[in-house]
Design a protein around this ligand. Structure first.
Ligand code: GAR
Length: 188
């Protein structure tokens, strides 16, 4: 599920193609009709659907939540990956997929939860930030951490240069974290 450009979705699709992640992408869902993630998914031949999110800005409406749940359930997906999904998922969604929803966040959680974490890192003046793959719980960017990668903040960084450096690490750790988690819950 994603709302934006879809570069993390693309990293997963490429890791699968290279044989590094033994998975298939059952369905791509977005709350943004003209999002890059939907175009990329369609170009790759993955089923991709826009579901109207309702009138609230940060969460899904109750009806939309049910539509997302039904679509995810009907897809047969074992795991749900939030690859830049910019709404907070509530228990009404999460209860259907316990310990099966994974998020990628552009900071070293618990530092800088919430929106535009790379800008938060720049404003805070830290010398290092990074990215985190974690299980989604009912908090905002608070669930158990599966993987993290560190990224330096360089002199002269702009929000764009820093986010680009973080995303390079996101694309590297997300497929590995998913493969490791799947291995852990099924085979250990
Ligand atoms: C990624 O950097 C991801 O970590 C972030 O949105 C970007 C999506 O990029 N997610 C969050 O900030 C969630 N709190 P993408 O659409 O190119 O994958």
């Amino acid at each position: 599920m994603g709302s934006g450009r879809g570069s993390n979705y693309a990293a997963l699709a490429e890791a699968i193609k290279r044989g590094e992640l033994h998975a298939c992408i059952a369905l791509v869902l977005s709350d943004v009709q003209d999002s890059g993630i939907l175009s990329l998914a369609r170009a790759n031949g993955h089923e991709a659907r826009f579901i109207p999110p309702g009138s609230k800005r940060t969460v899904l409406s109750p009806e939309a939540e049910q539509d997302f749940v039904a679509a995810a359930q009907n897809s047969g997906a074992d795991l749900i990956v939030l690859a830049g999904f910019m709404r907070v998922l509530k228990p009404g969604f999460l209860q259907h997929f316990p310990r099966r929803v994974i998020n990628i966040h552009p900071s070293l959680l618990p530092q800088f939860p919430g929106l535009r974490a790379w800008e938060q890192a720049l404003s805070a003046g830290v010398s290092e930030t990074g990215c985190t793959v974690h299980l989604v719980d009912e908090g905002i960017d608070t669930g158990p951490v599966l993987a993290q990668a560190r990224v330096p903040v360089l002199l002269g960084d702009t929000p764009e240069t820093l986010h680009k450096r973080i995303q390079k690490e996101e694309h590297r750790i997300l497929p590995v974290a998913i493969a490791d988690y799947w291995q852990k819950i099924n085979f250990s």
